[in-house]
Design a protein around this ligand. Structure first.
Ligand SMILES: *Cc1c(COP(=O)(O)O)cnc(C)c1O
Length: 355
């Protein structure tokens, strides 16, 4: 591992942008750090990764990414604790999922060391870009796309793996009113919904725009076949609290295996909060909203960790969630971010120290 790490070539920028950045007023994912990791697949193998200055990428107009959408990504965060340690959260799970996505899109799988050692080399070079303010982090975006040329509809023979990073403030979406989708689908059995494939998000934008026009902020995806089961909240997994039990749907071809989702399941199981992984019907949630047993709904994903939902619309009816004093959403978000930022013990071994 170390031998490889020493091999990672670093070409430093001559024009650091760091003094232009106001670290006290960062938005989410709009400011980019000085460097990126770049690694090309050609001649049948992944070539050595390099850290290079952050810069535009030039592609041939026939590059297959433009035509056939071979594009996958990951989302993760780096934090700095009070002792300036650089910390990641379950990074190997992101690496494994990147390769799960790669396989489904016929993209060659990436060696673990290229991802992990490449990421560490990048974080060391851009260590000053990791914000220390409460709630801030360095958002990390690893992605792979087809650079190979040709209009033939077949997998490309060349790809590029890049890790770009963005110092980001806390991701606060504000009040989240959601619309339970009755027509459009994010994913289907046998499809690519379990992969973080770029096209999945392109397909979400239009139905989400329609929901926004109706006064909602996000769509709650239901199963493509019957639209009777609740599956995800936008690009997040969803949790529903009925009385004191937390419920989330089982992962499948259609539901992405979120790292935040599985961390919440493990945390609640350990703390003795009743948690059920099972199918959730729209009618049971509507019923629970009507009889007062619906206590909370929230989305779960790396960017926001947890996004509380304040109400939902379904079949031209709106339902408000109660405003509780002590929510699972707040408690779980605090617990997870405290583990991520090294403020509490990590009995799960989730925290990963880079240096
Ligand atoms: C990324 C993503 C999630 C959340 O996954 P995390 O690993 O928790 O960030 C959930 N659903 C979809 C569709 C996603 O793309």
């Amino acid at each position: 591992m170390n031998a490889l790490m020493n091999d990672i070539e670093v070409i430093k920028t001559k024009h650091s942008k760091i003094n232009e950045v106001d670290f006290d007023h960062l938005s989410f994912g709009k400011t980019f750090s000085d460097h990126m990791l770049e690694c090309d697949y050609k001649d049948g193998k992944w070539q050595a990764p390099k850290v290079v200055p952050y810069a535009p990428i030039t592609l041939d107009p026939s590059a297959k990414i433009f035509h056939y959408g071979q594009s996958i990504f990951e989302g993760m965060k780096a934090y700095k604790d009070g002792d300036n340690n650089i910390l990641l959260f379950r990074p190997l799970d992101n690496f494994k999922r990147l390769n799960i996505s790669a396989k489904r899109l016929a993209i060659p799988e990436l060696p673990e060391a290229y991802f992990m050692e490449g990421l560490k080399a990048l974080l060391k070079v851009d260590s000053d870009w990791i914000p220390k303010n409460e709630g801030s982090s360095l958002y990390i975006r690893p992605f792979i796309f087809a650079t190979g040329k040709g209009f033939h509809a077949s997998p490309a023979d060349e790809y590029k793996f890049v890790i770009a990073t963005a110092p980001s403030g806390s991701y606060f979406a504000g009040e989240l009113k959601v619309l339970i989708e009755e027509k459009y689908s994010r994913s289907a059995n046998g499809g690519v919904g379990f992969a973080k494939a770029g096209g999945n998000y392109a397909g979400q934008f239009y139905p989400t725009q329609l929901a926004i026009e109706k006064g909602y902020q996000q769509v709650i995806w239901t199963d493509d076949n019957t639209h009777e089961y609740i599956e995800e909240a936008g690009a997040m997994n969803i949790f529903i609290r009925i009385n004191d039990t937390l419920i989330t749907g089982p992962t499948s071809d259609r539901i992405l295996d979120g790292i935040t989702r599985k961390s919440i399941i493990e945390l609640t199981e350990k703390e003795g909060i009743p948690v059920e992984v099972r199918k959730i019907t729209v009618s049971e949630v509507v019923e629970a909203a009507k009889n007062g047993s619906l206590k909370e709904m929230f989305g779960a994903g790396t960017a926001a960790v947890i996004s509380p939902i304040s109400g939902f619309g379904y079949k031209n009816e709106d339902f408000d969630l109660p405003k509780l004093e002590n929510t699972y959403a707040d408690a779980l978000k605090k617990r997870i971010t405290d583990i991520q930022t090294n403020k509490v013990e990590d009995p799960f071994g989730w925290r990963y120290k880079v240096i």
